[in-house]
Design a protein around this ligand. Structure first.
Ligand code: NCD
Length: 312
């Protein structure tokens, strides 16, 4: 049975299991191209992809650009900081302008939750949410799932511990959702201010690293402290204090490596806060695989979506 194409990819929750499986299996095929001398395929020749990033990004932006160019699409980066946005142009006016340029796909990142879906509602082009505020980051979740599926083709019963600032993390929202959907057990660890008792009651919550390690996770997924979203509220006393309680310190790393646990992080990493330097060269640290797999996943997503009124 063929699975109908979607116009937009805004979050994980509305995706059917078959849609998730389709993206993961297509990503595996695209990844097989990466070891070839010529990595490019003509799949999206003649299509135009536009990246519209209102928030900073290193890996997500370049990953989408590389993915689009490996599919032979033309790619334009709409530079918000040098555009009329700084002169006060609204999001919808900006989108209307971009619509007139007839792009096929818009990749959006914005600090406010809901902006990607707002744009999707007003645009003929496909929209991919590359992170909206605290809300969602679906391609990150797909690439994380893909990375773990390379290790365990079936995630049922695997235990994944997510550590850190859940409250402000779009990655945690999307990634915990996909891990759960794929059958993994997900637990979280962090200060009570960042993982309130009243939220996420379907997730197991730990308050100390010892308690969480005792649960015997297979994977520890570290989140970046979202400094830009903390405002002036003191969610925890200091970064040093955070590291002592919730970071992978030298001592914890020795235990984690001794037990052969996998470590993940969406990047960018704050060394000395979420983890110590030594983690970066640990052979079960999956950060580089996450980055590489991000390109394959984004190729699969760009290939899968279809703009409104497109004839092919
Ligand atoms: C994440 C993001 O921007 O949400 N980074 C990313 O996309 N690789 C995580 C973060 O910034 O903490």
């Amino acid at each position: 049975m063929s699975i109908p194409r979607r116009k937009d990819l805004l979050s994980i929750a509305p995706l059917a299991d078959e849609e998730i499986e389709l993206v993961l299996s297509n990503a595996a095929q695209f990844k097989a191209l990466f070891r070839r001398r010529v990595k490019k395929v003509p799949t999206l020749r003649g299509r135009h992809v536009l990246t519209l990033f209102y928030e900073p990004s290193t890996r997500t932006l370049s990953s989408f650009e590389i993915a689009a160019s490996r599919l032979s699409a033309d790619v334009t980066h709409f530079s918000v900081s040098t555009s009329s946005v700084v002169k006060g142009e609204s999001i919808l006016d900006t989108v209307e302008t971009l619509e007139s340029m007839q792009v096929d796909c818009i990749i959006v990142r914005h600090s406010a939750s809901g902006v990607a879906s707002l744009i999707a509602r007003h645009s003929r082009a496909s929209v991919i949410n590359a992170g909206d505020g605290w809300h969602a980051h679906p391609t990150q979740a797909l690439l994380d799932a893909f990375t773990l599926r390379e290790i365990w083709p079936d995630l049922s019963g695997r235990r994944i511990l997510i550590v850190g600032d859940l409250l402000h993390s779009r990655v945690a929202r999307s990634t915990s959702t996909i891990f759960h959907r794929l059958g993994a057990e997900v637990a979280v660890l962090g200060p009570g201010t960042l993982i309130p008792d009243t939220r996420w009651d379907w997730l197991r919550k730990f308050r100390t690293f010892d308690e969480a390690l005792h649960w015997q996770p297979d994977v520890i997924y570290l989140l970046r402290i979202q400094n830009e979203r903390l405002g002036d509220d003191p969610f925890f006393p200091s970064l040093g204090e955070y590291h002592r309680h919730y970071g992978v310190t030298d001592e914890r790393f020795a235990r984690i490596a001794g037990e052969g646990l996998y470590l993940m992080h969406p990047g960018p990493v704050n060394r000395g806060v979420e983890l110590v330097d030594a983690v970066m060269s640990y052979d079960r640290c999956l950060i580089n695989q996450q980055v590489e797999n991000g390109i394959a996943i984004r190729m699969a997503c760009l290939h899968w979506l279809q703009p409104a009124t497109s004839s092919s």
